[in-house]
Design a protein around this ligand. Structure first.
Ligand code: NAD
Ligand code: DAU
Length: 331
């Protein structure tokens, strides 16, 4: 099978490419990535000779048309992905996440191919801390930030192309990923690399906000399970029952990295900060048999800390620039 992976130099996309090389060696992979600040070709260094890499934007309709024509399946990860950046400058989110997805959908329709669209639980808005419900596939979209609104818009385009044009597509909405090769702007790698540089973790607001953490390999295995066993036209929520609040994550990182429990600082909160995300992934589990391999976030975080400790050259360059941006934002 010929597979076009969009955003394959980013965090989840590069882990997908590496995992597919191991688990589905017969898949022929082409990556399209614009190599924005979030894309890093070094993430693909070990498989460079086994894949085709194209530097370019998914919003370039002519390029996308040519690449889609020569593929069987598109796995669509490419996006601007950071909420804080979307609050600072929303435009790149509109261009990559909405227009880029539109260009892919039209090319997939023209050439009668298949697409799996990667999305996020954030499209559903947030939950109260004491809400007994979790997000399901029928939860209405209610996004809070320019990032999540752009992802919800892309999801709605995919659903409309399925209904109006019979597009061969599946969608998945996953909760917060962690693991190797995640940009240092994100919560967990920001704190791990900070601690490695002897800088205290930064907690937004009171730290009560809850995220439903999943290891990136478990997310990507679920994507493969949907491609191979999911029903066309359907949406699947991906989650590993990993709810933790941000204070708990910082406490665990401090413990695992040998620092005192009170060695962190509170910083300004994110405007419009979503309180809680929580996923009910029973549809995915029942239809595909997928279950997460990392049942315990402690094991996954230990592996992730080791990766950042061993791969300083991968993150060091981005760290200073990222912290400069956070300094400007007061976070
Ligand atoms: P990331 O920011 O690490 O990587 C995104 C990649 O897309 C980068 O390599 C970037 O260069 C590329 N890109 C951006 N705009 C592009 C464009 N116009 N054309 C081509 N390439 C472009 O993001 P990530 O965390 O790996 O997220 C991947 C996908 O998964 C996104 O769609 C995101 O919404 C979704 N998602 C992320 C999480 C998470 O916790 N990180 C959870 C659920 C869903
Ligand atoms: O839920 C899925 C989403 O998870 C994805 O769609 C996004 O692409 C991904 O970035 C992530 O969004 P969040 O906004 O939840 O992730 P982030 O890593 O930015 O923040 C996680 C939590 O940690 C959030 O409550 C904000 C908080 N935070 C973040 C940073 C960077 C801190 O307390 N301190 C920090 O320094």
């Amino acid at each position: 099978m010929k597979v076009l992976v969009t955003g394959g130099a980013g965090f989840i996309g590069s882990n997908f490419v590496l995992r597919i090389r191991e688990t589905r060696p017969d898949w022929q992979l082409t990556v399209i990535d614009a190599l924005t600040y979030a894309g890093n070709r070094d993430s693909l260094a070990t498989v460079e000779g086994d894949i085709t890499f194209v530097e370019g934007s998914i919003a370039d309709a002519a390029l996308v048309d040519r690449l889609v024509a020569g593929t069987d399946l598109v796995v669509h990860f490419a996006a601007e992905s950071h909420n804080d950046n979307s609050l600072d400058d929303p435009w790149p989110f509109m261009e990559s996440n909405i227009i880029g997805t539109y260009c892919l959908l039209e090319a997939v329709r023209r050439h009668d191919k298949r697409i799996h669209h990667i999305s996020t639980d954030e499209v559903y808005g947030d939950l109260e801390l004491d809400d007994p419900n979790r997000f399901t596939e029928t939860t209405p979209v209610n996004p809070s930030s320019p990032y999540s609104a752009s992802k919800a818009s892309a999801d709605l385009l995919v659903r409309a192309w399925i209904r109006s044009f019979g597009l061969k597509a599946t969608l998945s909405n996953c909760s917060n990923n962690y693991g190797p090769r995640q940009h240092v702007e994100k919560f967990i790698p920001r704190q791990i690399t900070g601690i490695l540089e002897d800088v205290k973790p930064k907690l937004y607001g009171a730290g009560a906000n809850v995220r439903d953490w999943i290891h990136v390999d478990d997310h990507n295995d679920a994507v493969v399970a949907i491609i191979e066993g999911g029903r066309l036209g359907e949406t699947y929520l991906i989650g590993a029952d990993g709810e933790q609040n941000n204070s708990q994550i910082i406490a665990l990182l401090l413990e695992l990295m040998g620092k005192p429990a009170d060695w962190f600082e509170h910083v300004n909160d994110r405007p419009g900060h979503d309180m809680r995300y929580a996923i009910d992934s029973s549809k995915l589990r029942a239809e595909t048999g997928w279950t997460p391999k990392y049942q315990d976030i402690r094991a996954g975080l230990t592996q992730t800390i080791e990766w950042y400790r061993d791969n300083e050259a991968w993150w060091k360059g981005a760290k200073a620039a990222t912290e400069k941006t956070y300094e400007r934002l007061g976070r």
